[in-house]
Write a protein that binds this ligand. Structure first.
Ligand code: ZN
Length: 243
């Protein structure tokens, strides 16, 4: 029997509680919408939010997480360095997967993993977004077809200050003429990272079945494949060496 992939959906959970308009879009928070989408698949899903003790990301919770999904925007700086260090270590050493959504491009953990500024162009104009699949054979694009169209989103445009993606799965087009690398894959240490652009808090993007499917595909792709920690440090030889 195979064990279900254990997913923790982390959300800052501030916009929804502070702005009634956004609270109306996500009455139970963005994390609950993402978690509900993932529950249609064979995952064991839990959530965590910024204002819980240790941001809900205790050693124990992370030890029971195969893939962490991250949504943050206005409170990146309130995420403690200790928790960032803990998440970073678990990705590099234990192969935990990380899915960074939308404005998570400026989170401490994503910037640390990328090592670049991660800045981009943006405009809150509520226009359409079309995400083209540019890697049709990639597991994250499975079942998506040629493109995803979202009726209303925030615009993100190039240049996006990230390292060259190891795989680029989506490129977005916006009516203002901008394009954006909106589905980017990376490996850091033993862990896999997927950045996925859509998900501005004012729009019901995380209720869209195609967006839910991409996140689910991302979870499957980012789940740890390495069965045990790499062995490092001072090590006895495997052969009898001449003395
Ligand atoms: Zn946004």
């Amino acid at each position: 029997m195979t064990q279900s992939i254990r997913v923790t959906v982390w959300n800052e959970y501030r916009h929804e509680r502070e702005n009634p308009k956004i609270g109306a879009v996500y009455p139970e928070g963005i994390h609950s919408a993402i978690a509900a989408g993932l529950k249609n698949y064979d995952f064991a899903v839990q959530t965590a939010t910024l204002d819980e003790p240790e941001h809900g990301l205790t050693e124990e919770k992370l030890a029971n997480t195969d893939v962490l999904v991250w949504w943050g925007h206005k409170a990146h700086e309130q995420v403690s360095d200790e928790v960032v260090e803990r998440v970073h270590r678990r990705i590099l050493e234990d192969g935990m997967g990380l899915i960074v959504l939308h404005s998570g491009h400026f989170s401490k953990i994503f910037k640390r993993l990328m090592g670049t500024g991660c800045n981009l162009k943006w405009r809150e104009d509520g226009q359409k977004e079309r995400l083209w699949v540019v890697a049709p054979g990639h597991p994250i694009a499975a079942g998506i077809g040629e493109y995803i169209e979202l009726p209303q989103e925030e615009m993100y445009g190039e240049h996006f200050d990230i390292p060259e993606p190891e795989a680029l799965v989506f490129v977005s087009w916006f009516p203002g003429g901008e394009v954006f690398r909106s589905g980017c894959c990376y490996q850091r240490g033993t862990g896999r990272i997927f950045y996925f652009r859509p998900g501005h808090e004012e729009y019901p993007t995380f209720f869209n079945p195609q967006i839910q499917q991409v996140i689910a595909n991302g979870v499957k792709w980012a789940a740890p494949t390495f069965p045990h920690k790499p062995i490092r440090g001072n090590t006895p030889p495997l052969e009898n060496l001449p003395r």
